[in-house]
Design a protein around this ligand. Sequence first.
Ligand code: GDP
Ligand code: GDP
Length: 437
Amino acid sequence: MPTPVVAIVGRPNVGKSTLFNRLAGERISIVEDKPGITRDRIYASSEWLDHKFRMIDTGGIEVGEEDEILYRIREQAELAMHEADVIIFLVDGQDGVTNADKEVAQILYRTRKPIVLAVNKLDNPKMMQTIYDFYELGFGEPFGISTSHGTGLGDMLDEVAKNFPEDYDASYPEDVIKVSMIGRPNVGKSSLVNALLGEERVMVSEIAGTTRDAVDTEFVYDDQDYVLIDTAGMRKRGKVYENTERYSVMRAMSAIERSDVCCLVINAEEGIIEQDKKIVGYALEAGRAIIILVNKWDVLEKNDKTAIEFEKQIRKEFPFMPWAPVLFVSAKTKQRVHKILGMVKTASEHHSMRIPTSTVNSIIEDAVTMIAPPTDKGRKCRVYYTTQVAVRPPSFAVFVNDPELMHFSYQRYLENKLRDSFGFEGTPIKLFIRKRK
Ligand code: GDP
Ligand code: GDP
């Protein structure tokens, strides 16, 4: 279920990061390099009353030269205007209205997105008077807040939540396969999308009456409905921030959140790099079905071992997803492009597969008979029964006497047994080890 996105925009030093951190609490969603070195903050999940939302950390997007402050403010505001559903325009109440605030306002006038003007650093009630000066910015009623003291935040958030789009929960029907192309810039995502939608048997629906900047594309192929998530995001608008690595991750994260199946696009020419792993790591964390498309296959000089070697490399670089199918394609020559949707469909079917409890149990029982569960200081882990508790991805609860006794390697063994029986090609599966009550 997609959640509304909020961005905080304003000139430097008004308190944007302080406010971001304050609203984010501890639940910051991060992209993490697998070896655990870099931790990039991109979105933070937040909640106000019963509204969940995500905040974009526009401050983390570094564009242009260090000292071109106005330029950076502009890029950040543009980014917010594209990505956010509601924008908090933050100013400093102790400084009064500055020229830089007016510059930001000029940029924000161009959007139809709702804007909530918040006047920060009003640390005591007496200072609240000054908010009236800020009416001149032209965004209606200013909300006086003190991020340091936490005052006024409730009223401001009420206003923010009031502006969340109403149809946000209007997602696509269950039986429509939601698919996205994810990957770093220039791997060929938009070219692949065009190649795919240009396929003879792909019938793109004419979307009557919808706005031109509709982000998704709906189509039918072999009697199956699909929606390509965030097609618009793949078309270049040429903004400077769109070439930043963090932006591409941000886009990927939004698309991943709304997809069933993610196609990770890799550039055959350049091979696999860290950023590919980062992006797919998020798709994994979100439990999405994944297929790997190695694009620009036309560029390589190949012999009979090229594909095998490349796949070996992929398996080595992505050891945590041996189940993800790999397809070598070319958006340019259309080689194997016609196979993509078949793979997507299979992955989607496995992603939503339901296995009867009796079948799951007999597989697990056989596995337990073959290799006994671990013991720890003489105590034996007992596996009582297993049942599927969710789909997308298939998730199983394994009931045991004491979850502490279950080892990771044994869990992996059980998972492999389930895979041996049901395939689950293209989808992660999850095992939850639970104590039997
Ligand atoms: P940013 O550049 O807009 O991200 O601003 P920061 O969040 O880095 O804040 C700039 C400075 O303002 C820091 O020294 C903060 O401690 C301070 N600040 C932030 N919020 C408040 C506030 O509500 N009251 C006061 N007095 N200072 C604040
Ligand atoms: P995106 O940023 O991932 O959407 O990548 P684009 O689709 O914009 O492609 C980036 C560049 O790679 C463009 O110049 C494309 O023409 C080129 N390109 C895309 N797919 C292929 C391919 O299969 N083969 C070759 N040779 N070039 C490709």
